[in-house]
Design a protein around this ligand. Structure first.
Ligand code: GLT
Ligand code: MN
Ligand code: MN
Length: 388
């Protein structure tokens, strides 16, 4: 057993839709056989995952009868009990059905908005029944192709009303459930509202129960917008809002790739893992990705194992970074403080402002400091490339 084998305490999860992805894309049909939810649970247990997440319709088809629903849920629960897998997160499919072609909570048609609420209330019940503690909202259709069709301000009001309604419902039921909003800039809509994690964080403060609502940032979604994912995650963490995370990989400026974690931008993945481990994030590490379209049944397992293994390798690299004497000596020098301005700590006072205004800075010396970030970065690269 290598130390890169996943363990329950790693909290690695996959969605039913991830390892269950059949490879269908806008240009081609399925290349893999669809697996049943029960088969997926067994596959995930085999590769060593801790949990499985789902949309309502990943498990229960949208047109299932109540009797079919009960049978499917019972079979699924049995598979969970047999394998020990848990369901930490659930969500609603508010994007697949043609009814949602103009959005769900932000659709212009009041009937569609009400149907989206109805569907989410039932899906929350299902998620809670399966043990979920986090409920994700990814509004893939909440946007526009043409802004002549709706007011973005009205759309935000509708989205806020829906979330307030659902927060009240959750409280009313006494559910132990937090909401996590997932941003994406585009795809499938040309423009999706609240396109970044930062936008979501601002919006959350306008809700009736902001303490119930956090974010579910996804690597690929910030990368599609050309942004630094770790910075977005850090802002969410700083705000106490990192309720969940979607790990995958994605080149900047491409379509929604959803590649295996660490498949493309390994340095960014390293700083992300280092951040999560350094701060002690202990939520799910959810892989929202899928195997290349070239893969069959074994390739899907290679993909899932690869996500977890890369995470654990990067976790070990982060620990090495924190112990590497040369790296740490450089960091110490970089962060050195001669203590001369220690009196400035602890916030504002009128006296401090006066004293600071009179302080004589050696601006030239500040500008002449050689920061040695080149050396630090090269050491980091060498650590990642395995030569230190
Ligand atoms: C969909 C999307 C993901 C979301 C999922 C949750 S579904 O695959 O691309 O980013 O997290 O709705
Ligand atoms: Mn996602
Ligand atoms: Mn995605």
């Amino acid at each position: 057993m290598s130390s890169y084998d996943p363990k329950p305490e790693d909290r690695f999860t996959f969605g039913l839709w991830t390892v269950g992805n059949t490879g269908r894309d806008p240009f081609g049909v399925e290349v893999r056989k669809a697996l049943t939810p029960v088969q997926i649970v067994h596959l995930l247990a085999e590769v060593g995952a801790w949990g499985v997440n789902l949309h309502d319709n990943d498990l229960v088809p949208i047109d299932a009868t109540p009797a079919e629903r009960d049978r499917i849920v019972a079979d699924f629960k049995r598979a969970l009990a047999d394998t020990g897998l848990v369901v930490p997160m659930a969500t609603t499919n508010l994007f697949g059905d043609p009814a949602f072609k103009d959005g769900a909570f932000t659709a212009n048609d009041p009937q569609v908005r009400a149907y989206a609420l109805h569907k989410t209330l039932r899906a929350i019940d299902l998620g809670v029944e399966l043990g979920a503690k986090v409920y994700v909202f990814w509004g893939g259709r909440e946007g526009t192709e043409t802004d002549s069709s709706k007011s973005p301000a009205e759309a935000l009001k509708h989205f806020r009303e829906a979330l307030n309604f659902l927060c009240e419902y959750t409280r009313d039921q006494g559910y132990d459930l937090k909401f996590a909003l997932e941003a994406k800039p585009n795809e499938p809509r040309s423009n999706i509202y609240l396109p970044t994690t930062g936008a979501m964080l601002g919006f959350i403060e306008t809700l009736d129960y902001p303490e119930m609502v956090g974010v579910n940032p996804e690597v690929a979604h910030e990368h599609m917008a050309g942004l630094n994912f770790t910075h977005a995650v850090a802002q969410a963490w700083d705000a106490g809002k990192l309720f969940h995370i979607d790990l995958n990989d994605q080149l900047f400026g491409r379509y929604d790739q959803d590649f295996r974690f660490g498949a493309e931008m390994i340095k960014q993945a390293f700083y992300l893992v280092k951040f999560l481990e350094d701060v002690g994030y202990n939520g799910s590490r959810h892989f929202d990705a899928h195997a290349y379209r070239t893969e069959g049944a074994e390739g899907v397992k290679d993909f899932a194992r690869g996500c977890m293994r890369t995470y654990l390798i990067l976790k070990e690299k982060a620990a090495r970074f924190n112990q590497d004497p040369d790296i740490q000596a450089l960091l110490q020098a970089i962060h050195a403080d001669d203590g001369l301005l220690g009196w400035l700590a602890g916030g504002y006072s009128r006296d401090k402002a006066q004293r600071l205004k009179g302080w004589d800075f050696d601006r030239g010396a500040l500008g002449r400091r050689d920061l040695r970030y080149e050396k630090l970065d090269q050491l980091t690269i060498e650590l990642l490339l395995g030569v230190r």
